[in-house]
Ligand binder design. Structure first.
Ligand code: TXA
Ligand code: MG
Length: 321
Protein backbone atom coordinates (compact mmCIF):
# COMPACT_ATOMS: atom_id res chain seq x y z
CA UNK A 1 0.00 0.00 0.00
CA UNK A 2 1.39 3.40 -0.94
CA UNK A 3 0.50 6.62 0.85
CA UNK A 4 1.93 9.93 -0.36
CA UNK A 5 1.74 13.45 0.98
CA UNK A 6 -0.91 15.25 -1.08
CA UNK A 7 0.92 18.58 -0.93
CA UNK A 8 3.86 17.00 -2.77
CA UNK A 9 3.70 17.95 -6.45
CA UNK A 10 5.51 14.78 -7.55
CA UNK A 11 2.89 12.69 -5.76
CA UNK A 12 0.11 14.55 -7.59
CA UNK A 13 1.83 13.90 -10.94
CA UNK A 14 2.23 10.21 -10.09
CA UNK A 15 -1.43 10.00 -9.07
CA UNK A 16 -2.43 11.73 -12.31
CA UNK A 17 -0.46 9.18 -14.35
CA UNK A 18 -2.21 6.37 -12.50
CA UNK A 19 -5.63 7.91 -13.28
CA UNK A 20 -4.71 8.23 -16.97
CA UNK A 21 -3.59 4.59 -17.04
CA UNK A 22 -6.94 3.47 -15.62
CA UNK A 23 -5.90 3.00 -11.97
CA UNK A 24 -7.54 3.96 -8.68
CA UNK A 25 -6.48 6.85 -6.45
CA UNK A 26 -7.81 7.70 -3.02
CA UNK A 27 -7.66 11.46 -2.66
CA UNK A 28 -8.74 14.09 -0.14
CA UNK A 29 -11.64 16.42 -0.77
CA UNK A 30 -12.97 19.02 1.64
CA UNK A 31 -15.90 16.70 2.47
CA UNK A 32 -14.55 13.14 2.71
CA UNK A 33 -11.87 11.09 0.91
CA UNK A 34 -12.84 9.94 -2.57
CA UNK A 35 -11.96 6.75 -4.44
CA UNK A 36 -11.24 8.11 -7.90
CA UNK A 37 -10.90 6.84 -11.45
CA UNK A 38 -11.04 8.37 -14.93
CA UNK A 39 -14.77 9.05 -15.35
CA UNK A 40 -14.62 8.33 -19.09
CA UNK A 41 -12.88 4.95 -18.72
CA UNK A 42 -15.57 2.34 -17.99
CA UNK A 43 -13.05 -0.35 -16.99
CA UNK A 44 -11.41 1.92 -14.46
CA UNK A 45 -14.81 2.93 -13.08
CA UNK A 46 -15.80 -0.75 -12.80
CA UNK A 47 -12.88 -1.23 -10.40
CA UNK A 48 -14.39 1.38 -8.06
CA UNK A 49 -17.58 -0.67 -7.77
CA UNK A 50 -15.57 -3.84 -7.22
CA UNK A 51 -13.25 -2.43 -4.57
CA UNK A 52 -16.06 -0.70 -2.65
CA UNK A 53 -18.40 -3.67 -3.08
CA UNK A 54 -20.89 -1.10 -4.22
CA UNK A 55 -24.10 -2.18 -5.98
CA UNK A 56 -24.02 -1.25 -9.64
CA UNK A 57 -27.29 0.68 -9.33
CA UNK A 58 -25.65 3.32 -7.09
CA UNK A 59 -24.30 6.09 -9.37
CA UNK A 60 -21.06 8.01 -8.81
CA UNK A 61 -20.28 11.71 -8.52
CA UNK A 62 -18.02 13.14 -11.26
CA UNK A 63 -15.43 15.62 -9.99
CA UNK A 64 -14.34 18.54 -12.17
CA UNK A 65 -11.68 21.22 -11.85
CA UNK A 66 -13.99 24.09 -12.76
CA UNK A 67 -17.57 24.98 -13.63
CA UNK A 68 -16.50 25.69 -17.20
CA UNK A 69 -16.03 21.99 -17.93
CA UNK A 70 -19.50 21.04 -16.61
CA UNK A 71 -20.98 21.37 -20.09
CA UNK A 72 -18.65 18.65 -21.42
CA UNK A 73 -20.33 16.10 -19.16
CA UNK A 74 -23.74 17.56 -18.44
CA UNK A 75 -26.40 19.68 -20.08
CA UNK A 76 -26.57 22.63 -17.72
CA UNK A 77 -30.16 23.87 -17.47
CA UNK A 78 -30.60 27.63 -17.69
CA UNK A 79 -31.06 29.66 -14.52
CA UNK A 80 -30.57 28.33 -11.02
CA UNK A 81 -27.96 25.59 -11.68
CA UNK A 82 -25.49 28.11 -13.11
CA UNK A 83 -26.12 30.44 -10.19
CA UNK A 84 -25.48 27.63 -7.71
CA UNK A 85 -22.24 26.73 -9.50
CA UNK A 86 -21.07 30.34 -9.40
CA UNK A 87 -21.93 30.68 -5.72
CA UNK A 88 -20.88 27.31 -4.27
CA UNK A 89 -18.19 25.84 -6.55
CA UNK A 90 -15.54 24.92 -5.65
CA UNK A 91 -17.27 23.46 -2.62
CA UNK A 92 -19.45 20.73 -1.12
CA UNK A 93 -22.37 20.95 -3.54
CA UNK A 94 -23.25 18.32 -6.16
CA UNK A 95 -25.68 19.04 -8.99
CA UNK A 96 -27.55 16.30 -10.85
CA UNK A 97 -28.28 17.32 -14.46
CA UNK A 98 -28.88 15.52 -17.77
CA UNK A 99 -25.67 13.82 -18.93
CA UNK A 100 -23.83 14.04 -22.22
CA UNK A 101 -22.48 11.07 -24.20
CA UNK A 102 -19.03 11.67 -22.71
CA UNK A 103 -20.11 9.93 -19.50
CA UNK A 104 -20.32 6.14 -19.81
CA UNK A 105 -23.46 4.48 -18.38
CA UNK A 106 -21.55 2.65 -15.63
CA UNK A 107 -20.85 6.01 -13.93
CA UNK A 108 -24.52 6.93 -13.69
CA UNK A 109 -25.84 3.40 -13.16
CA UNK A 110 -27.65 3.73 -16.45
CA UNK A 111 -29.47 6.94 -15.50
CA UNK A 112 -29.60 9.69 -18.10
CA UNK A 113 -28.44 12.20 -15.50
CA UNK A 114 -24.98 12.80 -14.04
CA UNK A 115 -23.92 14.17 -10.64
CA UNK A 116 -21.22 16.85 -10.97
CA UNK A 117 -19.16 18.64 -8.37
CA UNK A 118 -16.05 20.86 -8.19
CA UNK A 119 -14.29 20.05 -4.90
CA UNK A 120 -12.39 22.79 -3.08
CA UNK A 121 -9.52 20.76 -1.61
CA UNK A 122 -6.36 21.96 -3.40
CA UNK A 123 -5.03 18.41 -3.81
CA UNK A 124 -8.27 17.26 -5.45
CA UNK A 125 -8.18 20.18 -7.87
CA UNK A 126 -4.48 19.63 -8.58
CA UNK A 127 -5.11 15.96 -9.32
CA UNK A 128 -8.01 16.62 -11.71
CA UNK A 129 -5.98 19.28 -13.53
CA UNK A 130 -2.81 17.18 -13.76
CA UNK A 131 -4.74 14.12 -14.99
CA UNK A 132 -6.69 16.26 -17.46
CA UNK A 133 -9.60 13.98 -16.72
CA UNK A 134 -12.93 14.24 -14.97
CA UNK A 135 -12.68 11.95 -11.95
CA UNK A 136 -15.56 9.72 -10.89
CA UNK A 137 -15.35 9.13 -7.17
CA UNK A 138 -17.58 7.85 -4.41
CA UNK A 139 -16.46 8.10 -0.80
CA UNK A 140 -13.41 5.86 -0.28
CA UNK A 141 -15.01 3.36 2.09
CA UNK A 142 -16.67 -0.02 1.80
CA UNK A 143 -20.28 0.33 0.73
CA UNK A 144 -22.66 1.16 3.55
CA UNK A 145 -20.02 2.09 6.11
CA UNK A 146 -18.92 5.44 7.55
CA UNK A 147 -17.08 7.72 5.08
CA UNK A 148 -13.34 8.32 5.58
CA UNK A 149 -12.18 11.74 6.75
CA UNK A 150 -8.49 10.83 7.21
CA UNK A 151 -6.08 8.97 4.92
CA UNK A 152 -5.60 6.19 7.45
CA UNK A 153 -9.35 5.47 7.44
CA UNK A 154 -8.94 4.66 3.75
CA UNK A 155 -5.77 2.67 4.35
CA UNK A 156 -7.48 0.59 7.06
CA UNK A 157 -10.46 -0.35 4.86
CA UNK A 158 -9.23 -0.34 1.27
CA UNK A 159 -5.44 -0.32 1.69
CA UNK A 160 -4.02 -2.62 -0.97
CA UNK A 161 -6.96 -2.29 -3.35
CA UNK A 162 -6.03 1.26 -4.38
CA UNK A 163 -2.92 2.16 -6.35
CA UNK A 164 -2.08 5.22 -4.26
CA UNK A 165 -3.56 7.12 -1.32
CA UNK A 166 -2.96 10.87 -1.30
CA UNK A 167 -2.83 12.05 2.31
CA UNK A 168 -4.23 15.56 2.61
CA UNK A 169 -4.88 15.48 6.34
CA UNK A 170 -8.31 15.70 7.93
CA UNK A 171 -11.22 16.76 5.75
CA UNK A 172 -12.34 20.23 6.80
CA UNK A 173 -16.07 19.76 6.19
CA UNK A 174 -16.17 16.11 7.23
CA UNK A 175 -19.58 15.27 5.80
CA UNK A 176 -20.48 14.51 2.16
CA UNK A 177 -21.68 17.11 -0.33
CA UNK A 178 -25.23 18.39 -0.53
CA UNK A 179 -26.89 16.93 -3.66
CA UNK A 180 -29.52 18.82 -5.64
CA UNK A 181 -31.22 17.24 -8.61
CA UNK A 182 -32.38 19.14 -11.69
CA UNK A 183 -33.54 15.97 -13.38
CA UNK A 184 -37.20 16.95 -13.16
CA UNK A 185 -39.02 20.22 -13.73
CA UNK A 186 -38.58 21.29 -10.12
CA UNK A 187 -35.26 21.02 -8.26
CA UNK A 188 -35.05 18.56 -5.37
CA UNK A 189 -32.58 18.14 -2.54
CA UNK A 190 -31.49 14.50 -2.68
CA UNK A 191 -28.98 14.58 0.17
CA UNK A 192 -28.35 17.08 2.96
CA UNK A 193 -24.62 17.74 3.18
CA UNK A 194 -21.76 20.18 3.48
CA UNK A 195 -23.60 23.24 2.16
CA UNK A 196 -26.46 23.98 4.57
CA UNK A 197 -29.85 23.81 2.87
CA UNK A 198 -30.72 27.24 4.28
CA UNK A 199 -27.78 28.79 2.39
CA UNK A 200 -28.93 27.25 -0.86
CA UNK A 201 -32.54 28.28 -0.38
CA UNK A 202 -31.48 31.85 0.28
CA UNK A 203 -30.48 31.89 -3.38
CA UNK A 204 -33.11 29.61 -4.89
CA UNK A 205 -36.15 29.99 -2.67
CA UNK A 206 -37.69 26.88 -1.06
CA UNK A 207 -36.60 23.57 -2.61
CA UNK A 208 -38.46 20.33 -2.23
CA UNK A 209 -36.64 17.85 0.01
CA UNK A 210 -36.22 14.22 -0.72
CA UNK A 211 -37.50 12.50 2.38
CA UNK A 212 -38.34 9.03 1.17
CA UNK A 213 -36.03 6.14 1.75
CA UNK A 214 -36.10 2.63 0.45
CA UNK A 215 -33.65 0.04 -0.73
CA UNK A 216 -33.53 1.33 -4.25
CA UNK A 217 -34.58 4.97 -4.20
CA UNK A 218 -34.05 7.81 -6.57
CA UNK A 219 -30.92 8.87 -4.67
CA UNK A 220 -29.32 5.56 -3.88
CA UNK A 221 -27.03 7.09 -1.25
CA UNK A 222 -30.25 7.57 0.67
CA UNK A 223 -30.68 3.88 1.29
CA UNK A 224 -32.28 3.23 4.61
CA UNK A 225 -29.31 1.68 6.34
CA UNK A 226 -26.12 3.43 5.36
CA UNK A 227 -23.24 4.92 7.31
CA UNK A 228 -23.37 1.87 9.53
CA UNK A 229 -21.05 1.16 12.43
CA UNK A 230 -20.47 -2.45 13.50
CA UNK A 231 -21.62 -1.50 16.98
CA UNK A 232 -25.39 -0.88 17.03
CA UNK A 233 -26.09 2.85 17.04
CA UNK A 234 -29.11 4.19 18.91
CA UNK A 235 -30.32 7.71 18.33
CA UNK A 236 -31.61 9.14 21.61
CA UNK A 237 -34.69 11.29 22.10
CA UNK A 238 -34.13 14.84 23.31
CA UNK A 239 -34.16 14.17 27.06
CA UNK A 240 -33.40 10.48 27.10
CA UNK A 241 -30.64 9.37 29.49
CA UNK A 242 -30.00 5.73 28.80
CA UNK A 243 -27.31 3.91 30.67
CA UNK A 244 -28.34 0.32 31.11
CA UNK A 245 -26.25 -0.45 34.18
CA UNK A 246 -23.43 -2.86 33.68
CA UNK A 247 -23.42 -2.58 29.90
CA UNK A 248 -20.69 -0.91 27.91
CA UNK A 249 -22.33 2.11 26.34
CA UNK A 250 -20.52 4.78 24.33
CA UNK A 251 -21.98 8.27 24.03
CA UNK A 252 -21.74 10.51 20.98
CA UNK A 253 -22.61 14.01 22.17
CA UNK A 254 -22.84 17.38 20.45
CA UNK A 255 -21.60 19.37 23.48
CA UNK A 256 -20.13 18.17 26.81
CA UNK A 257 -22.86 16.08 28.52
CA UNK A 258 -24.10 16.93 32.01
CA UNK A 259 -23.77 13.32 33.11
CA UNK A 260 -20.88 11.55 31.40
CA UNK A 261 -20.53 9.11 34.32
CA UNK A 262 -21.59 5.57 33.56
CA UNK A 263 -20.54 5.65 29.91
CA UNK A 264 -17.62 3.51 28.83
CA UNK A 265 -16.54 6.26 26.41
CA UNK A 266 -17.76 9.72 25.47
CA UNK A 267 -17.06 11.60 22.23
CA UNK A 268 -17.93 15.30 22.27
CA UNK A 269 -18.16 16.73 18.75
CA UNK A 270 -17.92 20.40 19.70
CA UNK A 271 -17.13 21.97 23.07
CA UNK A 272 -18.69 25.23 21.96
CA UNK A 273 -21.81 23.90 20.23
CA UNK A 274 -20.56 24.68 16.72
CA UNK A 275 -22.35 22.51 14.12
CA UNK A 276 -19.56 22.96 11.58
CA UNK A 277 -17.00 21.65 14.02
CA UNK A 278 -19.35 18.81 14.95
CA UNK A 279 -19.78 17.77 11.30
CA UNK A 280 -16.01 17.80 10.79
CA UNK A 281 -15.55 15.47 13.80
CA UNK A 282 -18.57 13.19 13.28
CA UNK A 283 -17.21 10.27 11.24
CA UNK A 284 -13.83 10.02 13.01
CA UNK A 285 -15.60 10.01 16.39
CA UNK A 286 -17.98 7.27 15.23
CA UNK A 287 -15.00 5.21 14.08
CA UNK A 288 -13.23 5.64 17.42
CA UNK A 289 -16.32 4.53 19.34
CA UNK A 290 -16.84 1.65 16.92
CA UNK A 291 -13.30 0.38 17.59
CA UNK A 292 -13.92 -0.05 21.33
CA UNK A 293 -16.03 -3.19 21.20
CA UNK A 294 -18.95 -1.47 22.95
CA UNK A 295 -22.40 -2.99 23.25
CA UNK A 296 -24.07 0.08 21.95
CA UNK A 297 -23.31 3.61 20.78
CA UNK A 298 -25.90 6.12 21.98
CA UNK A 299 -26.05 9.33 19.95
CA UNK A 300 -27.59 12.52 21.33
CA UNK A 301 -29.87 14.34 18.89
CA UNK A 302 -28.48 17.42 17.12
CA UNK A 303 -30.40 20.62 16.40
CA UNK A 304 -31.97 20.21 12.95
CA UNK A 305 -30.72 23.37 11.34
CA UNK A 306 -27.63 24.24 9.31
CA UNK A 307 -25.18 21.29 9.24
CA UNK A 308 -27.24 19.63 12.00
CA UNK A 309 -29.65 18.52 9.26
CA UNK A 310 -26.89 16.57 7.49
CA UNK A 311 -25.57 15.18 10.78
CA UNK A 312 -29.01 13.91 11.82
CA UNK A 313 -29.50 12.38 8.37
CA UNK A 314 -26.28 10.36 8.80
CA UNK A 315 -27.17 9.32 12.36
CA UNK A 316 -30.69 8.21 11.38
CA UNK A 317 -29.32 6.11 8.52
CA UNK A 318 -26.59 4.66 10.72
CA UNK A 319 -28.98 3.79 13.52
CA UNK A 320 -30.67 0.47 14.07
CA UNK A 321 -34.39 0.98 14.24
O1 TXA B 1 -18.81 14.82 -0.80
C1 TXA B 1 -19.07 13.93 -1.60
O2 TXA B 1 -20.09 13.98 -2.33
C2 TXA B 1 -18.11 12.74 -1.69
C3 TXA B 1 -16.77 13.22 -2.21
C4 TXA B 1 -15.81 12.10 -2.48
O3 TXA B 1 -16.97 14.02 -3.35
N1 TXA B 1 -18.65 11.72 -2.53
C5 TXA B 1 -19.70 10.94 -2.17
O4 TXA B 1 -20.02 9.97 -3.08
O5 TXA B 1 -20.30 11.08 -1.12
P1 TXA B 1 -20.96 8.74 -2.76
O6 TXA B 1 -20.76 7.76 -3.82
O7 TXA B 1 -20.71 8.23 -1.40
O8 TXA B 1 -22.40 9.29 -2.96
C6 TXA B 1 -22.83 9.58 -4.26
C7 TXA B 1 -24.31 9.68 -4.29
C8 TXA B 1 -25.02 8.44 -4.73
O9 TXA B 1 -25.15 7.48 -3.72
C9 TXA B 1 -26.35 9.01 -5.16
O10 TXA B 1 -27.14 9.21 -4.02
C10 TXA B 1 -25.96 10.36 -5.72
O11 TXA B 1 -24.66 10.63 -5.29
N2 TXA B 1 -25.96 10.37 -7.18
C11 TXA B 1 -24.93 10.23 -8.04
N3 TXA B 1 -25.34 10.31 -9.31
C12 TXA B 1 -26.66 10.50 -9.27
C13 TXA B 1 -27.68 10.66 -10.27
N4 TXA B 1 -27.40 10.64 -11.56
N5 TXA B 1 -28.94 10.83 -9.84
C14 TXA B 1 -29.25 10.85 -8.53
N6 TXA B 1 -28.33 10.71 -7.54
C15 TXA B 1 -27.07 10.54 -7.91
MG1 MG C 1 -20.58 7.13 0.28
Amino acid sequence: MEIAEASNHEAILEAARIIRRGGLIAFPTETVYGLGADACNPKAVAKIFEVKRRPSFDPLIVHLADAGSASLYGVVPKGIPGELMARFWPGPLTLVIPKTAAIPPIVTAGLDTVALRVPSHPAALALIRAAERAIAAPSANLFGTVSPTEARHVADQLGDAVDLILDGGRCAVGIESTIISFAAARPRILRAGGVPIEEIERLTGPIERFTGSSDRPEAPGQMTRHYATRTPLKLLEADEVPVPSGSRVGLLAFTPPLHPEGYAAVEVLSNTGDLREAAANLFAALRRLDALGLEIIAACPFPERDLGIAIMDRLRRGAVS
